[in-house]
Design a protein around this ligand. Sequence first.
Ligand code: FAD
Length: 141
Amino acid sequence: MYLVSLVYASTTSDQFQSSDVESILASARSHNSARAISGLLCFSNKYFLQCLEGSRAEVNETYLKILNDSRHKNIELLGFREISKRQFAGWSMGYVPKSSLGQELILRYSGSADFAPHQMSAESAHSLLARVSLTSPLLQT
Ligand code: FAD
């Protein structure tokens, strides 16, 4: 089995309501646990940045579902790579709310004052998520 990591950025659609974040997380955690997928979902203003880790087949299948979800748009694949070890093993889908993304982190990894994940390289996106996962007490499994 090949273990992979996929990271993408997207923008909320007109259909999206802020209460959707909870249902997205509930659905993601239940589906991901069953498929041995781990990862983090970051949401700030109207942008999502998400990393999925797991077997290549499961990550591909889950990403296809996510691509078809009308609650977001402008879905852009930032990176897809084989990994030897999971970065977010403890989380079926950890959540990084806006409050956990300090200005210093945004400036450092996003290269601008505003969180703009579509402008990030795959490496910066991974580094930002890895950094938040190590320092934020607000993540939930
Ligand atoms: P169903 O609930 O039957 O979904 C059928 C279709 O409707 C799918 O295309 C689905 O995307 C779409 N859909 C479901 N609910 C809504 C809704 N309320 N409004 C509009 N369209 C809807 N799922 C995971 O399993 N793992 C993840 O990590 C994950 N991350 C996500 C991140 C984001 C930013 C978003 C927007 C969604 C995420 N989802 C994730 C949810 C995923 O898109 C599917 O809704 C979920 O996997 C259930 O899909 P389903 O086909 O099994 O079931």
